[in-house]
Write a protein that binds this ligand. Structure first.
Ligand code: FMN
Length: 319
């Protein structure tokens, strides 16, 4: 069974340092198909410590007509409640909690995926948030840090709380983004919760989406991350079931991206670093070999980098 694609909701996944407001605004000016965005994580704070710089990313004036759900990282119930009150004052009614980030320095501090083996800590935060805020609160997690048993236990504990939804990425934290997703474990977790599950992971093509959609026909919300960056047309393609790509549109998008990055106040080094990060993904769209990508990434002069990257895009027109 394939559910009508009009009824599904597609999210832009949070990618820290990549899907920031500058990128999101640009993306939405050029591509369609995405219904809502989850912003990359912000640390929870005590009320007096809010630092405007970190929060600029989610401010409505920096997100042109986008529905953005802020994401929080932390483990302290009081800080969560304080931060959610700040977000409510800013006009946000929903927020997500990241307990899936696998980065060592975060895991070590019992944040992100480091929380998954500690269901008591997770429950304390959820309990406080549900009792003391009106936020539509959701969670983004993995199968576990080291074992899917962790995810299973967590879902059992979360069953009685009024969560908005739970995003699940079907890998363990120790896998980072390597190796294959564990579908059997995902099946078990999916069956173990009555919360709405949002799926996140390894949707690289319309065929991937359709295969997963057939396997999980009751999942109505899908999150696209690296696949959307590798192919910015992916959400449009999924919604229309038409795999056409408009190379000219990508080229216009990239020209606008360079203009926006120059107008952003970033230093040349900042622009170069940001472009290099994006080219890990754009290289796939432009069909660059590993060697061609390595050669591009070795370029440390911004002007030369821009020229080479434009050449790579022009090259796709000759294919
Ligand atoms: C560079 C990078 C940064 C990420 N940053 C975040 C983040 O800030 N918050 C979060 O919940 N997940 C983050 N993720 C995980 C993604 O949101 C997503 O769940 C994961 O990449 C799997 O989906 P995909 O295969 O569609 O990319 C990040 C992933 C990558 C590769």
């Amino acid at each position: 069974m394939i559910t009508s694609n009009e009824n599904i909701k597609l999210w832009m996944a949070p990618l820290h340092g990549v899907t920031v407001s500058r990128f999101r605004n640009l993306f939405f000016r050029h591509f369609g198909g995405i219904d809502e965005v989850m912003a990359p994580f912000l640390p929870v704070v005590d009320a007096p410590n809010v630092r405007a710089r970190q929060w600029k990313d989610i401010l409505p004036q920096n997100n042109e007509n986008l529905k953005v759900v802020p994401q929080l990282m932390g483990n302290d119930p009081v800080q969560f409640v304080n931060t959610l009150h700040i977000l409510a004052d800013m006009g946000f009614t929903a927020a997500n909690w990241n307990i899936g980030c696998p980065m060592q320095q975060i895991v070590r501090k019992r944040r992100g995926c480091g929380l998954m083996p500690h269901p008591d800590l997770v429950e304390k935060v959820v309990e406080a948030v549900c009792a003391r805020t009106t936020a539509c609160f959701s969670i983004k997690m993995r199968l576990g840090l080291k074992s899917p048993q962790e995810g299973l236990e967590l879902l059992r504990r979360l069953e009685s709380y009024p969560l908005d939804f739970i995003v699940i990425h079907p890998r363990l934290g120790v896998q980072q983004y390597e190796g294959l997703p564990d579908w059997d474990a995902f099946d078990t977790l999916f069956a173990a919760t009555s919360h709405e599950v949002v799926y996140s992971g390894d949707v690289w093509s319309v065929a991937d989406y359709q295969r997963l959609q057939q396997h999980y026909p009751t999942i109505r919300q899908w999150m696209l991350g690296r696949g959307l960056l590798r192919n910015p047309f992916l959400a449009e393609q999924i919604k229309s079931s038409d795999e056409a790509v408009d190379k000219q549109r990508f080229s216009i998008f990239y020209a606008d991206l360079l203009d926006s990055w120059h107008a952003s106040g970033l230093t040349d080094k900042g622009i170069l670093n940001s472009l290099k990060e994006l080219w890990h993904y754009f290289a796939v769209f432009c069909d660059l070999s590993d060697l061609q990508l390595q050669q591009l990434l070795r370029e440390d002069d911004l002007v030369a980098f821009e020229q080479k990257s434009r050449d790579a895009i022009n090259h796709i027109f000759t294919k």
